[in-house]
Design a binder for this molecule. Structure first.
Ligand SMILES: Cc1ncc(COP(=O)(O)O)c(C=O)c1O
Length: 394
């Protein structure tokens, strides 16, 4: 009765089960929390509600690419950051995931390929599968900073490559492509006649925020490029369900892409009118939330680096974002460590393998929790990781 594509495993893994059991018995120090509505941000929720209520008074005007005023608000957001964006080249979607679904269908027929670096966003596998495209991975190198491995990238490309994905700052590494790697990616896309899809949902959280314009692909002119972002990270409002795609590149290709996207989106019309009407206000209000969040990410990142250094552990170099990667002492297996940590110390972390972070055992921490939660969690984590190594692999 059901399709093959929905027949994948749905059983929770041992770590998910252990976390659920621990949660039923204790309060946990959750260092995976990345839901910004659950980390005690001092946000003016009444102002958000007021903006939405005002938006709800508007008439419904079906617009496949989004309402003009909302697309202009997105262009203004970029303009405030030094990037010129034409509102006619903006498409609104409910989520970034929906944007990926549109773009994979726009660019690739079933069985064709999209290329993505590892470690990266764990949802890529499911998003590719849902669109019936093949995800072709290439491993990044870490030598004190994250870099593209040109040999691995070349091996991931094929005549069936339709798009190259990049995330900056990346989830979970927090890294952005440097100028040389960026050039390599664009060149690979040009050579293959493929597009670039750049996920920039964390770009407002660079440690050096003034690098926004230099880092964003929303100014890319050479190759067809889709830049993704949205309210879930930009304004810490994931429940409002508004994201966007900015289309750049050779004008004829960009115009055709908009045309085809408009045609597809006309079938779904998924973004609600109130949130579109409220977008100019929400993006203005976001500036304050971002200032606060940058302070918190900085404080938590600093604490982590400090205690890790004193314990002789390494936090990998990052350019920004909401996550940090902590290397474990030799001898630990990342999944075994995460399991012990939750059962013995009531601390939740993500093992690196969930992100295909496999060069050495590591865990991924969200820098979003309130500092008192984050610091206690990290201190407990370090006590478990040291002094002696824990159980060996296997
Ligand atoms: C790299 C990346 N892109 C997109 C998203 C989600 O965005 P949205 O809520 O708009 O689907 C996340 C969420 O964690 C993410 O890490």
């Amino acid at each position: 009765m059901f399709s093959r594509r929905t027949s994948g495993p749905r059983e929770p893994n041992p770590l998910t089960r252990a976390i659920a059991e621990a949660r039923a018995r204790f309060d946990l120090w959750d260092l995976t929390e990345s839901n910004p509505t659950r980390v005690q941000l001092p946000m003016d929720r009444a102002a958000v509600a007021a903006a939405l209520a005002k938006g709800a008074e508007a008439d419904y005007v079906p617009a496949p690419l989004g309402a003009d005023l909302a697309r202009e608000a997105v262009a203004d957001y970029y303009s405030r950051r030094g990037v010129a964006v034409d509102p006619a080249r903006v498409m609104l979607t409910a989520t970034t995931s929906e944007a990926y679904a549109y773009l994979f269908r726009l660019l690739a027929d079933p069985g064709e390929e999209v290329v993505a670096a590892t470690p990266s966003y764990p949802l890529f596998g499911a998003l590719a599968e849902a669109a019936e495209v093949k995800l072709s991975p290439h491993a990044m190198l870490y030598d004190g900073r994250w870099r593209l491995d040109p040999t691995a990238l070349a091996a991931a490309l094929s005549p069936r490559t339709r798009a190259l994905l990049t995330v900056g700052p990346n989830n979970p590494t927090g890294s952005c492509l440097g100028p040389v790697d960026r050039r390599r990616l664009v060149q690979a896309a040009l050579t293959r006649g493929a597009a670039v899809i750049s996920d920039e949902v964390f770009l407002d959280y660079l440690d050096a925020p003034e690098r926004f314009a230099a880092t964003s692909f929303a100014r890319e002119a050479e190759t067809l490029t889709f830049t993704l972002s949205g309210l879930s990270k930009v304004a810490a409002l994931p429940h409002l369900k508004l994201s966007w795609v900015v289309v750049n590149g050779p004008p004829e290709q960009a115009a055709e892409a908009m045309d085809r996207l408009e045609h597809m989106a006309d079938t779904f019309l998924s973004v609600g009118t109130p949130v579109q009407e409220a977008l100019p206000r929400l993006l203005e209000q976001a500036e304050e939330t971002q200032d606060f969040l940058r302070g918190r990410l900085w404080e938590n990142g600093d604490h982590l680096r400090d205690v890790a250094r004193r314990a002789g552990l390494t936090v990998r170099a990052r350019d920004g974002g909401w996550y940090a990667v902590l290397d474990l002492p030799d001898g630990w297996d990342d999944e075994a460590f995460a399991l012990e940590l939750v059962t013995r110390a009531q601390v939740v972390v993500q093992p690196g393998y969930l992100f295909d972070l496999e060069d050495r055992p590591a865990v991924v921490l969200s820098l979003l929790p309130a500092p008192e939660v984050f610091q206690e969690g990290v201190d407990r984590l370090i006590s478990l990781a040291l002094p002696g190594p824990g159980p060996k692999d296997g």
